[in-house]
Write a protein that binds this ligand. Structure first.
Ligand code: ADP
Ligand code: MG
Length: 483
């Protein structure tokens, strides 16, 4: 299959020949296929917007080729370019870029004007989209009168009113609260899955990475790495290929994108993400406010800036009074479970840890021992009731799979499949729900532990009340906010 978008050796320089010359893109090569959901990810200033603008044809590369829908953008004349822009591409921006002297309806309808579509038709199509995105009541208002989330939905409606194949979204949720952000991401996902739009989302927030089929990691004007969540292109071509990933490949990728920072610093950066993941593990059907408080205190717990008592108290406090609203016993139970997970994650990642018991002398803990302990932990946590009935061979196989996942790059999917596969066929044959729980629990532990051992010298310090964070770490933690 032909790529829909193809870039070859792209180079782009701002202010060429002047004092402030700046090379924003360096030798970019990429191929994007129809109906893919692509993410450009990387720190601010790495060139994401520039690359998006080259793809949209708004900027012309100094060197290299950019082909979209079999057309070389650099060779288009003005008329072809205008047509390309109106019909093939829809753009969504962080700052919405709406026209405040026009009504909401007219903002959405505007791109159709250039296609010579009559007023009646234009308004009909626009009303449909406003209805679909839940802003039809605001049709006659001006954009400024609407909330950020609503304004971005106008932006999305406008971007698809001419039914383009490709949607380019540059940090579309950067200005939104978490509820609106989720809503916008759902809309994009729908446009990709149901309407088969090819999407390129630009983001610097690792929480969004799961939405993409493929992720291009950018740094200093280059694509430094590509990862694959779903290989739609290959799947469709019938060559299903399992992509092997190291256990925490996603996190390793983050590290590469933040080259120059230590693992410890990255740990602090991804802490909000860890906290979110962690909190989500416990509450899935609570309201957003409670969830936010919960995330916040887990975040503080991971940073070790909240005492055991404060933590418990906040979990227990009614949510009208700013707590999470768990009853006392649940709060205690959750605290216990959280501590267990943290301890397990810590054990796993701790480097050079030595056994203290005398018989063992002072030997380092082996991979096998780690895997065994984790296996017991997983079964204990996810398989309590049947734990003792489990066949010895099955147990051995689980341990094997855990070890492979931890140390030998078995992918999450393969791990899942192995546990799910019937025992007779060489798998473990657990029921699917248990398999899912075990797989997710393992992922949580892996993400949780990442960078942890570097930061905290010993477990007792970590689990002790009110630890201290060095000024440097705190500065990083405060500077980098995901929401
Ligand atoms: P990102 O979208 O990843 O934050 P950009 O593509 O906006 O990054 O910018 C990449 C680099 O190019 C940055 O270092 C930025 O300062 C620089 N840059 C962007 N626009 C211009 C411009 N108009 N003139 C000069 N430099 C620019
Ligand atoms: Mg940008």
């Amino acid at each position: 299959m032909q790529p829909l978008i193809k870039a070859k050796n792209l180079n782009f320089v701002y202010n060429k020949g002047k004092d402030n010359e700046f090379q924003a893109l360096i030798n970019i090569n990429l191929e994007i296929y129809p109906e893919e959901y692509i993410i450009f990810f990387g720190p601010s200033g790495c060139g994401k917007s520039t690359l998006l603008n080259v793809i949209s044809g708004l900027e012309t590369p100094d060197e290299g080729i950019i082909i979209v829908a079999e057309k070389d953008l650099t060779k288009m004349n003005a008329k072809e370019f205008a047509q390309y822009h109106r019909e093939k591409i829809g753009m969504i921006f962080q700052a919405y870029n709406l026209i405040n002297s026009l009504s909401v309806l007219d903002n959405v309808a505007l791109p159709q004007v250039f296609l010579n579509i009559g007023k009646k038709e234009r308004e009909k199509k626009s009303f449909e989209l406003l209805e679909r995105f839940g802003i039809i009541k605001q049709a006659k208002k001006i954009p400024m009168e609407l909330s950020g989330g609503q304004q971005q939905r106008i932006g999305i409606a406008r971007s698809i009113v001419n039914n383009p194949d490709i949607i380019l979204a540059d940090e579309p949720i950067g200005n939104l609260d978490s509820v609106s952000a989720k809503n916008v991401l759902e809309i994009l996902k729908d446009l990709n899955e149901k309407e088969k739009k090819t999407i390129i989302l630009v983001t610097h927030n690792p929480e969004n990475l799961a939405f993409g089929d493929r992720i291009f990691y950018m740094k200093d004007g280059m694509i430094v790495r590509e990862t694959v969540n779903r290989d739609r292109h290959k799947l469709r071509a019938g060559q299903s290929e399992i992509i092997k990933k190291a256990p925490t490949a996603e996190i390793e990728d983050l590290m590469r994108a933040y080259q120059g920072l230590t693992q410890e610093q990255i740990n602090v950066i991804i802490m909000p993400y860890k906290a979110k993941l962690f909190a989500h593990h416990f509450i899935t059907n609570r309201n957003m406010e409670e969830e936010k408080v919960f995330e916040e205190i887990i975040y503080r717990k991971l940073l070790n800036t909240i005492s055991h008592e404060q933590f418990l108290e906040t979990l227990n406090r009614p949510y009208q009074e700013g707590g999470v609203g768990f009853d006392r016993r649940t709060a205690e139970n959750i605290t216990r479970r959280i501590n267990r997970k943290i301890r397990m994650a810590f054990y796993l990642y701790r480097k050079g840890h030595q056994r203290k018991d005398e018989q063992a002398g002072h030997k380092k803990i082996t991979d096998e021992e780690k895997s065994e302990k984790l296996t017991y932990y997983l079964l204990n946590t996810c398989y309590r009731d049947y734990y003792n009935d489990l066949d010895k061979t099955a147990m051995e196989r689980i341990k094997q799979a855990v070890e492979e996942r931890l140390f030998r790059g078995l992918s999450k999917v393969d791990f899942y499949n192995f546990l799910d596969k019937p025992f007779k066929e060489g798998g473990v044959g657990l029921n699917s729900k248990t398999v899912r729980n075990i797989t997710e629990e393992l992922e949580l532990i892996l993400v949780l532990g990442y960078g942890m051992a570097q930061r905290i010298q010993n477990k007792s310090e970590f689990l002790s009340p009110a630890g201290k964070l060095s000024a440097g770490k705190l500065a990083i933690a405060q500077k980098i906010r995901f929401r």
